[in-house]
Every structure is written in C-alpha cells, then in structure tokens.
Ligand binder design. Structure first.
Ligand code: NAD
Length: 472
C-alpha cells in the first residue's frame, strides 16, 4: 500500500504539516489502496500563501505565456489517459470502460476546449470612452467531489489558470489519488511555483479552512447542497465570489408521440452510468398515464442488462458505489420508497447475488412513484430510477418543476420544436432534446438549489474574471 505524506505547495511536494492521514479504499474490494495526508489549517494557510505570492505575476502574464504550460498540461492529460482511468476505477469503482471513455477522456476534452477559448478570448473591450478589461479574479479555492473526480478538478483549475488566477485545490477525501496524479501532471507542465497547489484532507477541516481563508478571493465548489449553502454563507461574510455546482433531481419528460422505447432505454443508461453517481442524472422519468405500464416494462427489461460486477473487467457496466456509507444511503432510499408505496420493477435493496464484498447496489427501477415521496424529492446518488405518471403536459411541467433542484433534464417529443417549447418552461440549467448529446462547450450549472454560476465553455472561463473600467 502506498503511503503518501506530502502536499503539493509552492511548486514542490512538501511534508504535510498535519500528522493525520486518510485511508483510500477500493470500493470493489474494500481493501486499502493508499493513505494520503489529512491536511489541516496550517497546510491550507501555506498553500494559500503560496498562491497569493504567485498571483500578481501570473495575473500579469500574456495569453501566450499561459497557453504554453496549459498546452503541456493538456498533453500530460493525453499521455496519462490509461493511468487516469485505472486510478479512477481503483478509488471510485467506476467501470474501466466508462472510466476510459468519460472519467479520463472528458477532462482532456475540457482542457482542449479551454486552449481554444483562451486563444480567441477578448480580454478587453471598448465601451464609449471606457476600456473595459477582464482581469483574473485572484486566488481561487477549488473544492471538488468524488463522482467525476478529475473532470471536476479540470473544469475548475484549467479555466482558472487560463483566466490568470492561482489555485488551491482541496479534492474529495474518497478520491485523492487522481488529484495527486493531476498535481504531478501540472508540475511536469512547468507552471511557476505557487500557481497551482494541492491540499488533501477532510472537508470539515481542510475544506472549511480553505473556504474561510481571508487570502482566498473566489470559492468554486462542487458537492452537496448542504455543504454548498455553508460555503456560500462563509463567502458572504468575507465578500468573496462563489460558484456552486450542487445536487440535482432531474426530470426526463417523455411527451406523447415521442419514441418511448428509445427515451426509456437512454434514461436507464443515463441513471445507471457511474452507478448513478451523476449530479445531472435523470433520476425521475415522467411518462403519460396511457403509456405508463409500457414504459415500466421497457425500463425493467433494460435494467436487467446492467449486472453489477468487478469494475476492472472491461465488460462491466455497473461497478460498486463509492463507499459503505453511500451504499447504506442508497439502500435506505430504496427501502423507504417501497414503504411509502412505490412498486419494485427491477433491482431492490438487497446486495446483488454473489457480491458480498464491495459496495454494490442492485440497479433499481421504482414504479408508482408520486411527487411527494422522498425518493422523488431527494437526491439518491445511486443506481435508482423513479418512474412517475402524468395526466397532461401541464401536469408533467408541474411535476418536473416541483423540486428544490434544477440542474438538468430531458424532453422527448415527436419533433424537436415541441420538445424545445416544453424545455423552455423547465426551471433547470440544461435540457437534452430528443437525446441531444452532452456538449462540453455549453454552460453547465443549476437553477434554484442546484447552484450559482456556470462551468465549462466561455461561461466557465468568465466565472474567474472580474472587470475593470478605465475612462479616457
Ligand atoms: P460533499 O458536499 O460532502 O463534498 C464535496 C467536497 O466538499 C469534498 O471535497 C468535501 O471534502 C468538501 N467539504 C465537505 N464539507 C465541507 C465543509 N464544511 N467546508 C468545505 N468543504 C467541505 O459532497 P459529496 O458527497 O462528496 O458529493 C456528492 C454531491 O455532489 C452530490 O450531492 C452531487 O449532486 C453533488 N455534485 C454536483 C455536481 C454539479 O456539477 N452540480 C457535480 C458532482 C457532484
């Protein structure tokens, strides 16, 4: 087992100032993979001090001076695709096929997109007698979760560096190994010391110390709504900018006339990918009452193809969930839904057959779910699909919007125009029309309790910029 005792601060790996450590578990075997330091306020302070010291010089670099190391960072991500995928499979349990195609490839695509955006971005505009400059926001605290661990790091760190900000990253405690790999890639790319810093540690200790550090100008957080709310309060007291990417309870609405089989099959794949641990997953499938039983049958049949297994095997489609705690949470939601009157169409709360070791959950389809049920309101973050029935379009919209969240969604109809008209009335940040593909250039973020601000594309870069006007 690897034992790490260092943090990446000020351009070098330095012994952590904390003697505490975190043990990283393989969720498929429950065995320890490694230990990393559980950094404390002293590590955070050293990292913020290093980022602050580097901030003015990095902010004054030209576009070309930033593009050079960012291009080497992109090349490092490309060269390490296999190592990234195997690391994410080991610490998260994401199946190797998915880890390769998404967990490793998506961050590379996002890094690529920012090279192009930075190359063409206008950092200056003329407004009457004023020249308006888009300047870096300063020192960024990036706090990330474990479900798409490298994607969430890259979606913050790369645009922040492109904008001319310096960064302190505090990754999730369950998945620090891919974060350490990322730090090695950043180091090899040759950024000036202090431009990027990594502190591993517990959220309530290292994360909290970072979010409230007076040397931080902007906090970019992805994680749960409960923690996000606390971070926004802390940032408010310090008058710091804050970006929050929080949870979701997204609806996939199948309007009459749509290709029902395709809509349901795509939804099942969407919810079971990454063991359901996707903030934008369509966890609520809304079907017209006349087609309801047909949809449940299609979903149950599709779910049977998602057999949990060893994530290291190339044919595995569903691995374990990240931790024992997460497994218990998901099982409790399934049991609770059945107690509240939902009908089990596939899966269930019991451990999958033959998988007594590992944090496995059976891919589950729940029918007869109504909007008041807990499983229809709260984020499960596991392989659980709830199917709800609606009477007419207005009723479907009321159900779709009847949640505290508003991150993503889907609409299926006989034609794109009908689906788009419905989608425009949904209180949510992104909607896929008739199976429209994920676009890493489109702004990603939430309405309502799903967050503040946007990531990805030009909008994601602009989160890390602030304006200054000079009048002539
Ligand atoms: P979490 O909020 O517990 O943790 C997220 C990060 O915050 C971790 O790095 C954690 O260490 C840190 N943290 C925890 N407590 C903290 C505190 N008091 N102060 C500062 N930092 C703290 O969330 P999680 O359980 O790790 O992640 C799952 C959640 O993230 C889900 O709710 C999911 O929907 C959400 N999520 C949202 C998006 C999005 O883009 N909207 C993406 C992925 C995950």
């Amino acid at each position: 087992m690897e034992q790490h005792a260092d943090q990446y601060i000020g351009g070098a790996w330095r012994p952590s100032l904390s003697a505490d450590s975190l043990t990283v578990l393989d969720p498929a075997t429950e065995q320890a993979l490694a230990t990393v330091p559980a950094g404390g306020p002293a590590d955070v302070d050293a990292a913020v001090t290093a980022a602050r010291a580097a901030a003015r010089t990095w902010a004054a670099t030209t576009r070309e001076e930033r593009l050079a190391p960012l291009t080497r960072l992109r090349d490092g991500l490309a060269a390490r695709q296999t190592e990234i995928a195997t690391t994410v499979t080991a610490e998260l349990g994401s199946p190797i096929g998915f880890a390769t195609a998404v967990q490793a490839a998506l961050p590379l695509a996002v890094a690529d997109s920012y090279l192009a955006i930075l190359a063409g971005y206008e950092f200056q505009e003329q407004v009457g007698n004023s020249t308006v400059y888009a300047e870096p926001a300063g020192v960024v605290a990036a706090i990330t979760p474990w479900n798409y661990p490298l994607h969430q790091i890259v979606a913050k760190v790369v645009p922040a560096l492109a904008a001319g900000c310096t960064v302190v990253l505090k990754p999730a405690e369950d998945t620090p190994l891919v974060a350490r790999l990322f730090a090695r890639i950043v180091h090899e790319a040759g950024f000036p010391a202090g431009v990027f810093n990594l502190v591993t540690g517990l959220g309530a200790v290292a994360g909290a110390a970072l979010a409230e550090h007076p040397g931080v100008d902007l906090v970019s957080f992805t994680g749960s709504t409960a923690v996000g709310r606390g971070i926004a309060e802390t940032a408010g007291r310090g008058v710091k900018r804050v970006t929050l990417e929080l949870g979701g309870k997204s609806a996939n609405v199948v309007l009459p006339g749509a290709d029902l089989a395709r809509a349901v099959n795509v939804n099942v794949g969407n919810v079971f990918a990454n063991s359901g641990q996707t903030c934008s997953a369509w966890t609520r499938l809304l079907v017209h009452e006349d087609q309801y039983e047909e949809a449940v049958a299609i979903a149950a049949k599709a779910a049977a193809k998602y057999v949990p297994g060893d994530p290291a095997e190339p044919q595995t489609r569903v691995g374990p969930v990240v931790s024992a705690r997460q497994r218990e949470r998901v099982r409790d939601y399934i049991t609770g839904a059945l107690a509240e009157g939902a009908r089990l169409a596939a899966g269930g709360a019991d451990a999958p057959e033959g998988l007594d070791t590992g944090y496995y959950v059976r891919p589950t389809v729940l029918a007869d779910v109504t909007p008041e049920m807990t499983v229809a309101r709260e984020e499960v973050f596991g392989p659980v699909l709830s199917i709800l029935r609606y009477r007419d379009e207005e009723h479907a919209l009321e159900i779709a919007n009847g949640t505290d969240y508003g991150l993503a969604g889907g609409v299926w109809a006989a034609d794109n125009e009908t689906a788009a008209a419905f989608a425009r009335r949904m209180d949510t940040g992104q909607v896929d029309i008739n199976g429209g593909r994920f676009n890493p250039l489109a702004p990603f973020g939430g309405h309502k309790g799903s967050g503040l601000g946007r990531e990805l594309g030009r909008h994601g870069l602009e989160e890390f910029l602030q304006t200054k006007s000079l009048q002539f």
